[in-house]
Design a protein around this ligand. Structure first.
Ligand SMILES: *Cc1c(COP(=O)(O)O)cnc(C)c1O
Length: 360
């Protein structure tokens, strides 16, 4: 029986990545040392970091006016770090409210400045995103923050918000980065924790337009400024080496699969299969506006909670793992990150079909 991990994060890794990591845990790159042991002041790690950066730049087509930072901690750490680094002389931060993770970012931004909600999904109970004609941007915000994919609610922007006022756009792409081609030049800053689509827990990747590095006040602790980490090429203090190493393996795997266009095609195909199954049944349901349905995290409900409990138990016994919805939501959630093979989605769909036959 093949097991498939549908967890939202830490998430599954491509099989060749695990196979390579097993080798490198014993000895990495002819260094006579394990990747778990090697020091960050070695030539090999300096080379590793610059190779991972180069590969990320190539895969995501990141212009040379942007810096790439490998920072310890998850996206939640960035919720705190971004406002203090980008507020500068401004007094308002624009934010989209589309669900759980954007609200976490908003709560931290509020500790630093006034927050203007550009648009909120709350009138639809987080099932849709307001039209651009309803957005209310500030004239002079430090930046405008949005969450490109709400991992818990299962709602995803169909494209990046187009701001006409020159405000730098800041995106939390933790759960959909590297799943589709992107015009990086439209952003001031992009960040993502690694454990969904780019690796393992303990690392965030920050892609920041160079001019924004200057905004942080000098009296911030060095460790908490992007400027410090940029100056030291993400080697200011002992970095999460193994996390960066795994991200490097993932970038190699993405390239071998055909890059972001291949990831995009795969996510369209996989998510369509699952939504078609849900929509064609009276038994399963997903309430998100079709235009904004997430192609990465697909939450759905069964007719009642006791059936959901049984569904999750039976699925798990058949190797379909970690399908439970977030603790704040309940229900079922299938995360279809880049590393999820199409066979995993097929296995889930046939399980759902059988389960429905038996219990509908
Ligand atoms: C998982 C997630 C986070 C939080 O990441 P941590 O690494 O747990 O801090 C933030 N935003 C989004 C969109 C996420 O999916």
């Amino acid at each position: 029986m093949t097991n498939y991990n549908f967890g939202a994060g830490p998430a599954l890794l491509p099989e060749p990545v695990i196979t390579q990591a097993k080798i490198d845990i014993l000895e990495w790159n002819n260094t006579k040392q394990s990747i778990l042991e090697i020091g960050h002041r070695s030539k090999e790690i300096e080379e590793l970091f610059s190779k991972v950066e180069k590969d990320l730049r190539e895969v995501l087509v990141i212009p040379s006016t942007y810096r790439i930072l490998f920072l310890p901690g998850g996206a939640s750490f960035q919720f705190a770090m971004i406002p203090i680094n980008l507020i500068g002389a401004y007094d308002v931060i624009d934010c989209f409210d589309t669900g759980f993770w954007s609200q976490r970012a908003i709560a931290e931004a509020r500790k630093v400045a006034r927050v203007n909600i550009v648009a909120s999904s709350s009138p639809t109970n987080y099932a849709s995103i307001p039209e651009p004609s309803e957005w209310r941007c500030s004239e002079n915000a430090a930046y405008c923050h949005y969450t490109s994919n709400e991992t818990i609610g299962g709602i995803e922007f169909d494209k990046a918000p187009e701001l006409t006022n020159g405000t730098p756009l800041v995106a939390d792409m933790s759960s959909n980065i590297l799943s589709t081609p992107l015009d990086v030049s439209a952003f001031g800053l992009i960040y993502a924790s690694a454990q969904k689509n780019l690796g393992i827990a303990g690392l965030s990747i920050v892609i920041i337009r160079e001019d924004l590095l200057a905004r942080a006040p000098d009296n911030l602790p060095d460790i908490s400024t992007f400027r410090t980490h940029a100056k030291h090429l993400s080697l200011y203090n002992t970095p999460p080496i193994v996390c960066v190493y795994v991200t490097g393996l993932i970038l190699g795997w993405i390239k071998s699969q055909g890059g972001l266009q291949a990831m995009h095609n795969s996510r369209i195909k996989k998510s369509k299969k699952l939504y078609d199954m849900i929509d064609s049944s009276e038994f399963y349901s997903n309430r998100i506006d079709k235009r904004y349905r997430s192609k990465m995290n697909i939450p759905f409900r069964l007719p009642n909670e006791s059936l959901e409990k049984l569904f999750l138990e039976n699925a798990s016994a058949q190797g379909l793992l970690n399908l439970q919805g977030h603790r704040s939501m309940g229900g079922v959630r299938a995360s279809l990150y880049n590393a999820m093979p199409e066979q995993g989605v097929d296995a889930l769909i046939s399980f759902m079909t059988e389960f429905q036959k038996k219990y509908a």
